[in-house]
Design a binder for this molecule. Structure first.
Ligand SMILES: [Zn+2]
Length: 61
């Protein structure tokens, strides 16, 4: 899958839980985790995939 950046996964959005959002990039193996409802909501609104894509540096291994 050329161009596949990885994935964005959000868990714990149900009432009473602490939301956790993970962004994983298969290109550069970047991983970012955001926890807390306010932070997750704000982070998602900022379009983290597009934001990461702007900074993504593919690793050469
Ligand atoms: Zn990346």
């Amino acid at each position: 899958m050329s161009g596949w950046l990885g994935g964005l996964q959000v868990r714990g959005l149900d009432r009473g839980q602490t939301p956790v959002a993970d962004l994983f990039c298969v290109v550069c193996r970047h991983h970012k985790r955001v926890t807390g409802r306010a932070r997750v909501t704000e982070w998602l609104r900022a379009n983290p995939i597009a934001d990461h894509r702007a900074h993504c540096k593919p690793t050469t291994t």
